[in-house]
Design a protein. Structure first.
Length: 416
């Protein structure tokens, strides 16, 4: 029997970087009473090989240290039922499924799973029918799950079928409260970069002074991912970006990111101004850095000094970190390097030492004003403030999986 009798059982589809770390997150938080992981195939030569896979990580170390630090305490893993793929990790039930790769065939119903986190990165079009022979994220619902969360942005091929009200993109701490249990069954948790960016932008767009944005751009200096090649390789047929097939160990690689486009789905206000985004991949295992360049229409105070300055923006972030985005946004005055932020549980950490602003003047000539219907004989100087803001985020565990895990807990709480 597959049935786990615990009250709350989470399903995880896929055991890659995000899948394994999602397991680690829920082992530490214990909101759920058990987890069922669909691997979809046998791993190694024996069951113990799979246990070894989930017990250590090159980036984050051993599971013992992850859960208990350097106290010396060891995680106790017991094989409860080898044939059923059931183990106990410090009393926490974890079951592995091996036989099915198509979501519609995975035995979620029999396992008592209501919420599934799909971490495969393969099923990202929620409009594909559940019975599609190549698989569909909707298949999880047919297999018995009530809700499924994709650990990546949706990629909807038929734009006419893109309905954010039916298939929402939710980021914990940004718009997760818009989840509607009655109509939202398939959800995207966006990407690691969009998660960090959204938490950087939120305080700015909620403040009366900084919400008047003219334009913005961002670059993420991003750690390596499994979409890249360890050594130079021959691109697949139809590949348009040849750079990801160059060695991730030896290169800084220019790439693209859909973070700005996805941001508009979670913070619609961002559609009111232009937003460009790109990515620079670097040879590090995790922790990435967003460089946000944003320009505001500004005003001067009674001393003819810019109202928006670096201190003003720092204070905005400090207020957010202590209030509405507590435990999701941190402000740091330390001189950080990337490894200092690995494993830190926060969507983003604002780099206070490198936050800078500059105010200039946009000169509007009389003829330009006349085109806007304004009769003026003199040029008008409009104050404009440009800000450069840096934000660290652990793109694997500390930022993304941390927010993804809280989103899964929230969704479950709304249906139980």
């Amino acid at each position: 029997m597959l049935q786990i009798t615990n009250k709350k059982t989470l399903g995880i589809n896929g055991l890659g970087r995000i899948g394994k770390l999602t397991l680690w997150y829920h082992l530490s938080k214990r909101y759920f009473d058990g987890i069922v992981i669909n691997v979809g195939r046998e791993v190694g030569k024996k069951f113990e090989d799979l246990i070894q896979v989930i017990s250590s990580d090159t980036t984050y170390g051993r599971l013992d240290n992850f859960l208990y630090g350097h106290s010396g305490k060891k995680v106790e893993i017991k094989i409860v039922d080898r044939d059923a793929g059931l183990i106990s990790i410090d009393g926490f039930s974890v079951r592995f499924l091996y036989t099915d790769r198509n979501p519609k065939d995975i035995k979620w119903r029999e396992a008592g799973v209501k919420v599934v986190v799909d971490c495969t990165g393969k099923f990202l079009d929620p409009t594909v029918p559940a019975n599609d022979p190549k698989g569909s994220i909707a298949g999880h619902i047919e297999a018995g799950a009530l809700k499924v969360i994709a650990s990546a942005p949706f990629k909807i091929k038929n734009i006419a079928l893109d309905n954010p009200d039916e298939y929402p993109t939710l980021i914990y701490g940004i718009n997760h409260n818009s989840f509607d249990a009655e109509k939202h069954h398939i959800i995207s948790a966006a990407s690691c970069t969009t998660t960090g960016l959204a938490h950087m932008v939120k305080p700015l767009l909620e403040d009366e002074e900084t919400k008047k944005v003219l334009t913005a751009s961002m670059t993420t200096v991003h750690a390596a991912t499994n979409t890249q090649s360890v050594l130079d390789s021959v691109p697949s047929t139809g590949t348009s970006d040849l750079r990801k097939n160059r060695s991730v160990l030896n290169n800084i690689i220019l790439s693209s990111t859909g973070a700005a486009k996805t941001l508009e789905k979670v913070i619609p206000q961002a559609t009111s101004f232009g937003f460009m985004a790109d990515s620079i991949r670097i040879p590090t295992p995790t922790v990435s850095l967003i460089s946000l360049n944003i320009t505001f229409t500004s005003r001067l105070n009674e001393l003819a000094m810019p109202f928006i300055n670096a201190q003003y923006i720092k204070d905005l972030y400090k207020t957010a970190a202590a209030g509405p985005q507590k435990n999701l946004l941190y402000f740091s005055d330390l001189q950080n390097v990337s490894t200092d932020l690995m494993g830190i549980n926060a969507a983003v950490i604002i780099e206070g030492n490198e936050l800078h602003t500059r105010t200039g003047f946009l000169q509007l000539h009389p003829e330009t004003l006349l085109q806007a219907g304004i009769k003026e004989t003199n040029a008008v100087n409009l104050p404009v403030t440009h800000a450069k803001i840096l934000g660290w985020y652990d793109n694997e565990y500390g930022s993304y999986v941390y927010c993804l895990g809280q989103l899964a807990e929230f969704v479950d709480s709304q249906i139980n």
